[in-house]
Ligand binder design. Structure first.
Ligand code: FAD
Length: 441
């Protein structure tokens, strides 16, 4: 085995290769530890080495050598995934694409980028021409665009544009295959679905063409409510207010606000809060809506003021879980499509203090619906399963963050098209082995 890696490294000696054990260990992991189950399953997984190319030509050479030596290859962007997406189950090499970070071109409404471009860095440039990413996770500052396509799903902006997998949110990808003679494929139209949330099992993305959204100066706002369901109804009403331009509607039941250490001056013990991003031009109509629902404005920063400190984004989506875990590491979470407020209320009443509900509104099937990343202290796997089953029995959809295969986390069924595509482009099953349950050699 050692000699294979020596030969592989010698062949690619002009590309950056990391062999230092501490760095390789670090670059083999992501944020899988948000799940106590994944933590015990994945914490000893480690690659043999990390390769960090800067060009597509070098990616092709790495793929070719990988196939030649039959070495597993796991692609990595920034390594901020939550389900061990970029953790190599069968060792091998980590292909770190963070240095392929060029914006190839940028036009009003659309851009072409390399996969390692960081999302916030991209927006900084795009905003100069009045545009920005349609959606981004709360790891916006560190995550790469390729990693978001390969392992993410939703985020700020999903309020307007839905999930990445919704038709139109990715226009084109360029892929390197894992064959003896690696090919370059260009996928457009519905074919881009092969790589969306594919965990790098269906090819190595080397270029993406992504549609953009008009950039507004986003005002960051906190509103406090006495009653959780009123806060949730306010969230729905704001999401449904066609005239108010927004990109983040995040609602937190008590005691979650108490976990936001840096925001304590703006929050009230025992109360519930909304963290919002709306266009600076729409603050007045928003205030009227807040009054209608009996909320209290406690924090309001213009985009320029917000840019000087930590954005409220970094308290929402799965950053909420991060803050809770900083207070008590036994906290874990679920990802839930509630679809309706009636269902939210039913779960709120049923689980009481056991589960703290955190809602994120997003567009699904043309409507604004409440999704949730609810928090609770992990006790046993059996209890976790019961909680999931209760939600599902009541019509909620759970995207389970406690499993590492694509199928078990998402659609819960084998995607025959994706499996057939993988069989063609990765005939030896070397791309992130073990993550696509439907694929067998
Ligand atoms: P990585 O973790 O490096 O990779 C993700 C997956 O994509 C891996 O399977 C990898 O193999 C594959 N991949 C990476 N690059 C390529 C490529 N070039 N070609 C093919 N496959 C590739 N996710 C959300 O969707 N929404 C959120 O709001 C959100 N919030 C988060 C908050 C916290 C605190 C944390 C820790 C995570 C959160 N995540 C969220 C998960 C994650 O941060 C995002 O999905 C992020 O976009 C992943 O980007 P990355 O560059 O870190 O990807």
């Amino acid at each position: 085995n050692t000699s294979i890696y020596q030969e592989f490294s010698a062949e690619l000696s002009d590309i950056e290769i990391i062999t230092d054990i501490d760095r390789v260990t670090k670059l083999s992991l992501d944020y899988y530890h948000f799940s106590p189950i994944l933590q015990s399953q994945l914490n000893d997984k480690k690659a043999n080495l990390v390769v960090r190319p800067t060009t597509e030509a070098d990616v092709i050479r790495v793929a070719k050598a990988g196939v030649n030596y039959k070495i597993p290859l796991t692609v990595r962007g920034a390594g901020t995934g939550n389900y061990g997406q970029c953790i190599p189950l069968e060792a091998g090499i980590i292909l770190d694409l963070s240095k392929m970070n060029q914006i190839k071109w940028l036009k009003p409404g659309i851009a072409c980028v390399e996969p390692g471009v960081k999302m916030a860095a991209f927006d900084k440039q795009a905003r100069e021409i009045g545009w920005e990413l349609r959606m981004a996770p709360s790891t916006y500052r560190t995550a790469t665009i390729g990693g978001f396509i390969g392992g993410g799903s939703v985020g700020m902006g999903s309020m307007n544009y839905g999930q990445i997998k919704d038709r139109g949110n990715l226009h084109r990808v360029r892929l390197v295959t894992m064959e003896e003679q690696p090919q370059i494929l260009e996928l457009t139209g519905d074919d881009v679905q092969q790589v969306i949330h594919g965990y790098g099992t269906t090819g190595i993305i080397t270029e993406l063409e992504i549609p953009l959204a008009p950039a507004y100066p986003w005002q960051e706002i906190i509103v406090v409510f006495d009653d959780f369901m009123t806060a949730a109804q306010f969230g729905q009403a704001l999401s449904d207010s066609a005239g108010i331009v927004k990109k983040l509607v995040s609602i937190h039941s008590a005691p979650i606000p108490s976990y936001f250490t840096a925001l304590q001056p703006y929050l009230t013990q025992g109360k519930h809060c909304a963290l919002l991003m709306v266009s600076e031009y729409d603050v007045a109509p928003l205030k009227d809506l807040v009054t209608e629902y009996g909320g209290t404005f406690t924090y309001s920063k213009t985009a320029a003021e917000a840019a000087k400190g930590t954005s409220l984004l970094e308290f929402t989506w799965n950053h909420t879980t991060l803050h809770a875990r900083n207070i008590d590491p036994s906290f874990t979470y679920l990802q839930t499509f509630y679809f309706t407020l009636e269902r939210v209320e039913k779960m709120y009443q049923h689980f009481g203090d056991e589960i703290a509900i955190h809602l994120e509104f997003l567009k699904a099937g043309g409507k604004a619906v409440p999704g949730g990343l609810q928090l609770f202290r992990f006790t046993t796997e059996e209890r976790l399963q019961e909680i999931i089953e209760y939600h599902e029995a009541n019509g909620a959809f759970i995207a389970n963050p406690h499993v590492y295969t694509i199928e078990d986390g998402g659609d819960k069924q084998i995607d025959k098209d994706k499996v057939a595509f993988k069989q063609k482009i990765d005939p030896y099953g070397l791309l992130n082995p073990g993550k696509m349950r439907g694929f067998t050699l």
